[in-house]
Design a protein around this ligand. Structure first.
Ligand code: AQP
Length: 329
């Protein structure tokens, strides 16, 4: 069985973008692949975090994974910081990454372009840690939103470089990007990605938003003055984004939705999507509450740690041997 791995940072409330671009993919693939899903808490501290909030966000993220349908019997679900091999391999791969390639990574480039001065060294080197996350488990595939494609490409380059220097060590992974929903945009600025850490909370639907609040956000989503419902990302990015959200939640094709709404205004489309979002969040949150009350989260993490550790430990030993660290066998 081919192996698949992915993770999400517990940097705030998860958004509908995270669900559509990442979590729904994990669920779709959990029967087909040997799946590893982790909470990327080492990555979360590349920007300042409040420890209390981080702990809360981490617990909520695990409960949301489960509420959304990840089955711990099929998926190894674990906390990145529980497996020390991530940090070890992260360092080794940092020493096999070039400044030039890290400087080309979007997060770092965007922050420096904006003139931000509080950029940590971690924000510069985290793509090498991400390569370690993936390569440690010999993942064949990495399901991600389009924003993360660049990181998987870097991972492939680092893996090939390492294999060439030390002999076959790592599997070269491939990104898996959803056909619909690879980049859900902000509801307030549809030219920008919907993000957990958006400055304006009106632009993002959070999975733990009150369903009625989320519906209001859809109703006040920025569109355009063209007045025709069609899928045109360039000229009508707001409508294209709404159609995508509709299609993913309703499982109706975008063409069919467009046809059904050919004689309707934006308000009608928004109303229908608002209801879809309302129903989706209500169901998800009911399950989320049940899971949080059940105490299952701790057990899932304990089990996940045990399973992930076995694989990671073997790989880090092999890497240490290859680079010349291992003295006593
Ligand atoms: N808007 C999006 N549309 C589709 N996919 C998305 N993802 C994130 N936003 C969208 C996918 O979610 C996964 C987890 O991402 P992450 O939390 O590790 O980092 P991120 O991509 O930086 O997510 P955010 O929400 O934008 O977080 P912040 O604001 O903290 O930086 C990835 O697979 C990502 O592609």
């Amino acid at each position: 069985m081919k192996r698949m791995l992915s993770g999400i940072k517990p940097t705030g409330g998860l958004t509908l973008g995270n669900y559509i671009g990442a979590i729904s993919q994990f669920i779709k693939y959990q029967d087909e692949y040997e799946m590893y899903v982790f909470i990327a808490n080492l990555h979360s501290i590349t920007v300042a975090q409040d420890p209390k909030e981080l702990r809360q966000n981490t617990k909520d993220l695990i409960a949301l994974y489960l509420a959304a349908g990840l089955d711990p019997q099929k998926v190894t679900l674990f906390l990145q910081s529980d497996i020390s091999a991530h940090a070890e391999l992260g360092w080794i791969l940092t020493c096999h990454s070039y400044m030039g390639e890290l400087q080309r990574m979007t997060q770092y480039k965007d922050k420096t372009a904006k003139g931000e001065t509080n950029i940590t060294a971690g924000l510069f080197t985290y793509p090498s840690l991400m390569a370690a996350d993936i390569l440690l488990y010999d993942a064949d595939y990495v399901p991600v939103g389009i924003d993360q494609k660049q990181h998987v490409e870097l991972t492939r380059n680092i893996a090939e470089r390492f294999n060439n220097k030390y002999g076959e060590t790592f599997i070269i992974p491939e990104p898996v990007i959803p056909k619909v929903g690879a980049k859900i945009m902000s509801l307030q600025d549809p030219t920008k990605k919907m993000s957990k850490s958006d400055e304006t909370t009106k632009g993002a639907i959070y999975l733990l938003d009150e369903p009625a609040v989320a519906r209001k956000k859809i109703m006040s989503a920025v569109t355009d003055s063209i007045g025709i419902i069609r899928y045109d990302e360039v000229n009508q990015p707001g409508i294209a984004n709404l159609l995508t959200i509709h299609s993913v939640l309703s499982k109706e094709s975008i063409e069919d939705i467009v046809e059904r709404f050919s004689n309707h205004g934006y308000g009608d489309l928004k109303k229908e999507i608002g209801q879809l979002v309302f129903d989706f969040l209500s169901e998800l949150q009911d399950r989320f509450k049940e899971i949080k009350n059940s105490g299952i989260v701790d057990e899932v993490l304990r089990q996940g740690k045990e399973q992930a550790e076995q694989i990671a430990y073997k790989k880090i030993r092999k890497v240490k041997r290859k680079v010349g660290f291992e003295i006593v066998k």
